[in-house]
Design a protein around this ligand. Structure first.
Ligand SMILES: Nc1ncnc2c1ncn2[C@@H]1O[C@H](COP(=O)(O)OP(=O)(O)OP(=O)(O)O)[C@@H](O)[C@H]1O
Length: 862
């Protein structure tokens, strides 16, 4: 290769850049062996390489035949195959193109823990060693090798060679495409220098632990080697030329299912970004594989913008798709294979990149000028055989072709324009939503801010109500058909032309969900509007008038609404979710519709509690919440469930907070405690629950808080951490109050008086919603149930005052939770909700989980 390349290069210095070469992306598949964890869990290996090019799914009987069972690629590798062989078979040739002036990229794609980093680390080192080897063997050429490395973490680009973590900007260069500005570039001295730089990158790269991978890469890493070379014999001469090309080694972050990776908090947020950029990558690859028709959405993520040249541009590309053979990952493995199948259809057009010296360029231009001048002076005589008609026809054809191109380009422009308009509209609406929201949150409540905007603006899934609005629903239907892929809405907005298949699969992964229900409380009828306006007027003073002017006018908040409604039972095959169960409600305010829950009537408490009162006794799970941060904010909005859950997670993980509540709240201690008492968890749970119910009452805890906590934490062992936190928090609070002290929590100063006042305010606010959320009939039944005279005055307030007022009465607690849930439109399956928000903190528990009777009853409840 070296000798031929040398000859070519010499010739190239005197001539022109060779023509670009089209070729398909090389796709290799690497199956890793089952890991220890999978072996311990007795996992079956469902995938097998049956020859050098085919990977086979062995468990077709179990799965049915909806998917292909055999997939063919350029090469496939069994678990035991060394990385060296994977490298030698394909990536080597692609990577070494760089020394001949051809851009190239090697990247690893696959689910988390499937072996991407393992594979790319080896490939990068082998490739660089070979590049050095080539350089040493070609002394006739002068080489400069530059090294740079970046990571894309949560959609921000970071220089891995710089201690400065300020995000780098991505700039569009008309010639080079997307260019990352101000990246550090080191000229490589030798092999040791390279090893040093790679370890700097490793140290800087964002790594985190998930349940699937102890050292999971949480960012996409791109290591770039730029190789410049010139023939020594032409150096400094007028006909010299330099070959410049780069090879990228890309270790993508792994796609993951939040539930499988047990992601929460920061891990969940990373997962959302990772999945979203991989979704865009998948969409780009899919469109390219279909022949580059229409708009390719490179610009939807930084990853695809940067990778654009490797995906169908001026580069040679090899992709190693890594797979886990484990049965539990079958779905993810299929997604990877689908991606791989699309990728192998994508064509790139690599060409040798030559930069001519100024002198050579001038000389070439002079030659061209001379040629044109000579043509002008001596026009070629018209050939006798030249038929003007033929020339004209040719011109006509040319014009027709150009006209077609013009039409096509106009179409594309219009499409791009309409997309741009859509985006702008979304941004505007999003902003107007943000502007319109604050007065529905407690601005002093840390739980009510920040976290929602971090949710990346994904609209929430369908919402359901706990108590029917008059129509009794069978229990089976009444169970909320929680959308399993809540972010499909967003994906549909972002990629309207996305077809189903693979993309939908990726969609499932993104689990950033914004459920902010407060704005749905915006008035629907005159009575309600009056209530809300009165209240907002009140809040205007409390909040210094911020945002009130806008919010006084409900229509300004409502903004544009796009809704696809669905009727009960209209579910997609294989899911419990109606296919159109989405409601895109700019500014991000979904509403309850569709599903109803069992009526509260005729002893709904019993109904909700299932059969026996014993089971109901377990119902009072509780949650960490602030007494002084009532769920109905001072500005009148009811804090969203999302804010609640975010706050809860924050509270559990905030060491600062634990300090304030006493050190014994530390997670580590609690984990030990929890694991130590697990065998006795059922009893322990009952005991703690009773205490929490009492403490809620004593500390005047917000009713919405009680309700959310009650409905979310249903006695599962995994909830023990949250229950423990709540208990300690409340005990600390009670103690502070009893000593006449103030309690400080999450930036707030709490006193008995302030908590009581906030609670009374909340009751008033809830009472105003009674008329809206319950029909006349339902209200009547409620009054009866809560022992209120149906003709008495201020009966709505009486009802609100009754809620959660009997801490020792579990039936009352269940009824209260149901009523408040309906009032604030809290509706979802508790566990699913928790999972959606990443509230799945799992302490080290024994593998067998005991269901509590109470939990069972809650299942029915939902
Ligand atoms: N082919 C293989 N043979 C043996 N061990 C492997 C192989 N592939 C991966 N592993 C091991 O599996 C574990 C996970 O691999 P790795 O970190 O490379 O996964 P990943 O796909 O990069 O994960 P993430 O996306 O979470 O970063 C590591 O301990 C690695 O050593």
């Amino acid at each position: 290769m070296g000798a031929i390349a040398g000859e070519e290069l010499k010739k190239m210095d005197k001539t022109q850049v060779p023509v670009a070469r089209e070729e398909k992306i090389m796709v290799l598949v690497r199956l890793r062996p089952l890991n220890e964890k999978e072996i311990l869990a007795n996992e079956a290996a469902d995938w097998e390489c049956i020859n050098d090019t085919t990977v086979l799914y062995r468990n077709t009987l179990r799965e049915g035949s909806t998917f292909p069972s055999a997939y063919t690629f350029d090469r496939v590798y069994r678990g035991e195959c060394p990385t060296r062989q994977v490298y030698e078979d394909g990536p080597k040739e692609v990577a070494l193109s760089v020394v001949k002036g051809i851009n190239s990229s090697i990247f690893a794609y696959g689910q988390t823990s499937s072996g991407k980093t393992y594979t790319m680390t080896g490939i990068t080192e082998f490739a660089v060693a070979d590049i050095f080897d080539y350089i040493f063997k070609h002394e006739d050429r002068a080489f400069v090798v530059k090294f740079s490395a970046i990571e894309i973490y949560n959609e921000a680009i970071r220089d891995l060679l710089s201690p400065d973590s300020t995000p780098l900007r991505l700039r569009d260069d008309p010639e080079k495409g997307a260019v990352v500005e101000k990246t550090t570039e080191e000229v490589l001295r030798d092999w040791n220098h390279l090893k040093d730089l790679i370890s700097v990158c490793e140290a800087q790269r964002k790594i985190g632990e998930t349940s699937l991978n102890q050292k999971s890469s949480r960012s996409h890493q791109i290591i770039k080697l730029t190789v410049e070379s010139s023939a020594r014999e032409f150096l400094g001469k007028e006909n010299s030329a330099t070959l410049i090309a780069s090879v990228n080694f890309i270790d993508l972050a792994g796609s993951e299912r939040a539930s499988q990776a047990l992601s929460a908090g920061a891990r969940l947020k990373e997962g959302c970004h990772i999945n979203r950029s991989l979704l865009t990558l998948g969409t780009v690859i899919r469109k390219l594989s279909m022949g580059r028709q229409g708009h390719i959405n490179y610009r939807d993520s930084k990853l695809t913008r940067i990778l654009q040249p490797c995906l169908g541009g001026n580069a040679r590309t090899a992709i190693v798709c890594t797979l886990s053979p484990a049965r539990s990952h079958v779905e993810q493995t299929r997604n990877t294979l689908l991606f791989a199948c699309c990728a192998k259809e994508v064509t790139t057009k690599a060409q040798i990149n030559v930069v001519m010296s100024d002198k050579a360029l001038v000389k070439q231009l002079q030659r061209e000028l001379a040629r044109l001048e000579s043509e002008l002076r001596n026009p070629a005589p018209a050939s006798s055989s030249c038929d003007c008609g033929v020339v004209l026809r040719k011109k006509d054809l040319q014009i027709q072709k150009m006209e077609k191109q013009l039409v096509e380009m106009t179409k594309q422009r219009d499409l791009a324009q309409s997309r741009l308009e859509d985006y702008m509209r979304m941004v505007e609406q999003d902003e107007s939503s943000k502007a319109g929201t604050p007065h529905f949150r407690n601005r002093n409540n840390k739980w009510g801010d920040g976290s929602v905007s971090e949710a990346s603006g994904v609209v929430d899934p369908d919402r359901t109500s706990l108590i029917s609005d008059g129509t009794s629903t069978p229990l089976s239907t009444a169970r909320a058909p929680l959308r399993s892929h809540p972010d499909e809405d967003l994906e549909e907005v972002l990629s309207p032309d996305r077809s189903g298949d693979q993309s939908e699969e990726y969609c499932k992964e993104v689990q950033c969900i914004e459920v902010d229900e407060s704005a749905s409380d915006i008035v629907n009828n005159d009575e309600e509007r009056a209530d809300a306006e009165t209240h907002l007027g009140h809040s205007a003073t409390a909040n210094g008038g911020t945002g009130v002017a806008q919010n006084r006018n409900p229509s300004s908040v409502r903004s544009v609404r796009v809704r696809k409604s669905w009727s009960r039972g209209d579910t997609a095959p294989g899911t419990s979710t109606p296919p159109d169960a989405l409601e895109i409600d700019y500014p991000g305010r979904p509403e309850v519709h569709g599903i109803a829950f069992p009526e509260l009537e005729s002893g709904s408490g019993n109904k909700l509690l299932r059969n026996d009162s014993m089971s109901s006794r377990g119902t009072d799970s509780t949650e960490a919440h602030s007494v002084g941060t009532p769920m109905v904010g001072e500005d009148g909005g009811i804090t969203s469930i999302r804010s609640f859950v975010e706050g809860l997670k924050e509270m559990v993980s905030d060491p600062d907070n634990s300090g304030k509540m006493g050190n014994d709240i530390g997670l580590e201690a609690m984990e030990k405690e929890v694991s130590g008492t697990m065998t006795n968890w059922a009893e322990e749970f009952n005991r703690q629950r009773e205490q929490i119910l009492e403490l809620w009452q004593t500390c005047h805890v917000s009713l919405v808080h009680r309700t959310y906590f009650f409905l979310l934490f249903t006695g599962d062992q995994a909830d023990s951490i949250y229950i423990g936190v709540e208990l300690r928090r409340l005990s600390f609070m009670k103690e502070s109050f009893s000593q006449g002290n103030k309690a400080f929590e999450r930036g707030q100063t709490l006193t008995v008086a302030s908590s009581l006042k906030a609670l009374q305010r909340e009751r008033r606010m809830l009472s105003k919603l009674v008329g809206k959320r319950f029909s006349v009939e339902e209200r009547k039944r409620l009054y009866e149930k809560f022992g209120i005279d149906v003709n008495s005055k201020r009966r709505r307030l009486q009802l609100a005052n009754q809620l959660w007022s009997k801490p020792k009465d579990i039936t009352h607690a269940v009824d209260s939770a149901a009523v408040v849930a309906k009032l604030v439109r809290f509706v979802e399956q508790g566990r699913a909700m928790k999972e959606m928000f990443g509230l799945s903190f799992t302490p080290p528990l024994p593998t067998t989980r005991r269901s509590l009777t109470w939990r069972k009853s809650m299942t029915t409840f939902f």
